[in-house]
Write a protein that binds this ligand. Structure first.
Ligand SMILES: N[C@H](CCC[C@H](N)C(=O)O)C(=O)O
Length: 304
């Protein structure tokens, strides 16, 4: 599908014309406004403008704005992202799958194709598969408490696995992982380890995890139900975006936490409200591989 901008304005027009052209994508319902920023290292949209654009009533509506930017240190591209609250996270798993499909469209690539992308989480390599899904080398999980970062007391190996975190009058067991961005994963409380995630009121407890003092950079929080060692179900309250239908970095953190807690195998299907992701934590290279869809929804232009 060609990316045709309104008559008289080229798709690659610059900010001075007062318009920004975008393509709306989603990865399992985690949706993003993608902006072609290949011609400059300065985002074409400010964080405040991103907040307005993400508003689902007064704007386009999205969980974030993602910029395809020039590569650095030899990478093909750079990805930057603003959450719908205007904060800038290090990485976005569903977002990088959308970025890969966006770039393929812009560059008129077809078929199997991989890119090197510089992100706040370091080098990330998405590869578009023949079936149109995207397999992403998400790099290695970060387990050291101070790097997540969390102030929860670490084990001797500096990781935080099944630690106690008091939220909303309940003693939750949490495992904290960074995928470049911080994640707090819980399978339940000290009283009950078999969460029925559909019964949780995330709007009540999500912000209490996100802004907890044990997370100096805030945190994404994943609530997980284990169907089997290879089949997990999760809901997520995202830092800077609230409850979303899917979280790619969160699904990766969930599999790492499940393995560390002895609940799952290294290759799992993770069911999210928006659909499933296949996650593998490779024993060979310690990298995490995520495979899932990324779909275009519509094309547009927005006055700034
Ligand atoms: N809200 C997240 C960034 C987006 C992550 C999520 N949408 C994903 O697919 O990984 C954060 O502030 O860390």
């Amino acid at each position: 599908m060609k990316t045709e901008a309104p008559e008289g304005i080229s798709f690659l027009d610059r900010k001075e014309s007062g318009f920004v052209h975008f393509v709306k994508y989603h990865g399992l319902g985690n949706d993003f406004i993608l902006v072609d920023n290949r011609d400059t290292t300065e985002p074409k949209v400010t964080p405040d403008q991103a907040v307005k654009m993400c508003d689902r009533n007064f704007g386009i509506g999205a969980d974030g704005v993602i910029f395809a930017m020039p590569g650095v240190n030899g990478t093909d591209y750079t990805m930057r992202i603003f959450n719908s609250d205007g904060s800038e996270p290090e990485m976005c798993g569903n977002g990088i799958r959308c970025l890969a499909k966006f770039i393929a469209e812009l560059e008129n690539f077809h078929g199997k194709k991989s890119f090197t992308v510089h992100t706040g989480a370091g080098l990330i390599v998405p590869e578009i598969q023949e079936d149109g899904k995207v397999r992403v080398d998400m790099g290695e999980p970060i387990l050291k408490a101070s790097d997540v970062p969390t102030k929860l007391p670490p084990n001797r190996d500096q990781s935080v696995v099944k630690a106690r975190l008091d939220v909303d009058g309940r003693a939750w067991n949490v495992t904290c992982i960074s995928m470049g961005n911080p994640h707090c994963v819980t399978f339940g409380t000290e009283q009950s380890q078999d969460l029925q995630v559909d019964e949780l009121k995330l709007a009540d407890i999500g912000p209490k995890f996100e802004h907890h003092e044990m997370f100096p950079a805030r945190t994404n929080t994943e609530f997980v139900q284990v169907f089997s060692p290879t089949h997990l179900k999760m809901r997520v309250w995202e830092r800077g975006a609230g409850e979303t239908l899917a979280c790619g970095t969160g699904a990766c953190a969930v599999v790492v936490a499940a393995v560390l807690e002895g609940r799952a195998a290294r290759s799992c299907t993770v069911d999210l409200p928006g659909g499933p992701l296949n996650i593998e934590w490779s024993e060979k290279d310690n990298h995490i591989y995520m495979t899932g869809p990324a779909e275009v929804v519509f094309y547009g232009s927005v006055p700034l």
